[in-house]
Every structure is written in structure tokens, then in C-alpha cells.
Design a protein around this ligand. Sequence first.
Ligand SMILES: NC(=O)c1ccc[n+]([C@@H]2O[C@H](COP(=O)([O-])OP(=O)(O)OC[C@H]3O[C@@H](n4cnc5c(N)ncnc54)[C@H](OP(=O)(O)O)[C@@H]3O)[C@@H](O)[C@H]2O)c1
Length: 288
Amino acid sequence: MLRLRTRGKQRDRKTLQGQVAVVTGASRGLGSFIAEALAAAGADLVLTARTAEALEEVAGRARDYGSEVLVVPGDISTPETRQKLVEEATSTFGHVDILINNAGLFETAAFCDLSPDTIDSILGVNVGAMLHLTHAFLPGMLERKRGNIVNLASLAGRVGPAYSTVYAATKGAEIAATHSLHATYRDSGVKFTVVCPGFVSDTGMWHDQAMSRGVKTSRLVGSSSPQAVVAAVFKAIEKGPVEILVNTPPMRPLLVIGEISPRFRHFVLRMMGVNRAFKRTAELSEDR
Ligand SMILES: NC(=O)c1ccc[n+]([C@@H]2O[C@H](COP(=O)([O-])OP(=O)(O)OC[C@H]3O[C@@H](n4cnc5c(N)ncnc54)[C@H](OP(=O)(O)O)[C@@H]3O)[C@@H](O)[C@H]2O)c1
């Protein structure tokens, strides 16, 4: 089991003591890293995902830091699980200070090869759960004039790589929704941040489905560590910028130019082997 290896000073300083954080998709991947780091910083946690056993393992590690941890297993795309999560979080802790909408589903397939059910599942987790949980927890935060909502989107939502149409659509939606919330509730005391990683190494969906099976992109694209994503989440909680990109330095100027010229962006995606990597991952998924 990969564990959080870089516990920064800020996290040892228990900067989040007394705060309650909900982390969706906490059973594995980035969510488990984020949950453990929040516990190390002193937060109490509400963790959710479908796999109860894996959630309990993460909860156990979080409790080692002294955190109180509530585990609510279930499918976050359903109203039943979301209602249970909100009710149990509120009855256990009284309030929630931080919501991390991290749970995500990813596809690598040509769009026409997806079933309608797969499209609905991805929409339900990546967009539906994010909006409904925000809708449930935000009023309490507004009342207390403080809180953080952190959405884990992706650079895919900015650039639209091949073979991940629904994923890219949902991540674009998360980016737009976060900006709209930021604009709507300006000066409310609640901070809204969308964290957009590129490829992440060592854990998570791209590692599991692509990197660990030998899929490569150009070195210029590179990858970020899970710790870099955790650092972005802490920056979101502390400073509240509306958007944080987590990627390798060469990608930044390319993204800026790509905003001005979509044609250039697609040229870069092709030249750097990004589209090829998604296509290869789709082919490997077919072979499973
Ligand atoms: N890894 C990357 O390279 C990367 C890059 C950019 C952005 N991101 C974003 O980062 C976030 C976390 O990704 P990850 O890489 O850590 O993914 P991951 O390893 O696949 O983990 C996804 C998490 O979401 C949970 N989940 C999936 N469907 C669910 C459902 N219906 N109900 C409840 N929980 C559900 C999974 O738990 P169960 O299966 O137990 O339900 C798991 O805990 C995602 O939003 C993703 O888009 C990741």
C-alpha cells in the first residue's frame, strides 16, 4: 500500500484542528492521500466511496493521527447515499467545513463504443455528485461565513484529449461550475477551488489504467506526484484561489498558448503523444 510519504511541516502543525472535512472517493488513489494528509493536519473526516473495506483501511490510518473518522460507504451518484452522507456527517459532527469532491470515473474508449449506462455513470459521479453535495453542504458554510469546496477536475477538462469524451466533458463542467460558484458567492467567506492535475504518477486512474501498463507520453508532458496534488488541495484550503493547475513546468506556456489557439492546442496534444496514449489505453482496456 502506497502511503503518504511527504508530510509537510504545515500538515504536522495541525493547521486544520477542529475542522471537519468530507472526502469523496477516499478508498484509494488521490482521495486516500488527501484524506490521510487532512488527518495529519488535524481535521476530522467523513469518508465515502463504494468499497467499504478499503475505506476502513484509510480511516484506520487517519485515526492513527488522532482524527475522528466517519465512514459512509455507498454509490455517491445515488440520492440515497448522498442523503445518508449528509445526515450522518451532520449528526456526528454538527457541521462540515471542507468538502473535497474527489470521486471520479474515467473512460478511455471511442465515444461511440460507450454504452448509454456508462455515460450516465460518469456524469452521475463526476458532475451529479459534485453539484448535489455542494448544494447540500454549502448553505451551512454560508451561514457560518466560512468553508472550502475543493473540486478535483483535470487538465482533460481544459484540453479535451481523444478517447475520453465524457470524462473531459465532466471535468470541463467541474471547472465551469467552480468558477460560477466563486463568482456567485464572492465575499461570502466560503472559498471555491478547482484543482486540475495533468497525469499523476504512482497512484490513481491514469497510473492504474495506463502508466502501470507501459503507456507513455512525451517527457515534456511528464507527470505530477500525488503529493503535488495534496499540496494543491492544501493551498486551496489555505488561500482559496479559484483554480490550481498541477502539471510539469513545460506544460504551462503550452496551455496558455492553447487557450488562445485551439488549433495549436490540438497540434500539441498530437505531437506530445497525448492522444496516442489515450488511444493505446483504450486498446488495452478492450483487451482486458
Ligand atoms: N490520477 C490522475 O492522473 C488524475 C489526473 C487528473 C485528475 N484526476 C482526478 O482526481 C480524482 C481522483 O482520481 P484518482 O486518480 O484518485 O481515481 P481512482 O484511483 O480511480 O479513485 C477514484 C475514487 O472514486 C471513487 N468512486 C468511483 N465511483 C464512485 C461512486 N459511484 N460512488 C462513490 N465513490 C466512487 C472510487 O472508490 P470506489 O471504487 O471504492 O467506489 C475511488 O475512491 C478524480 O476526480 C479524477 O478525475 C486524477
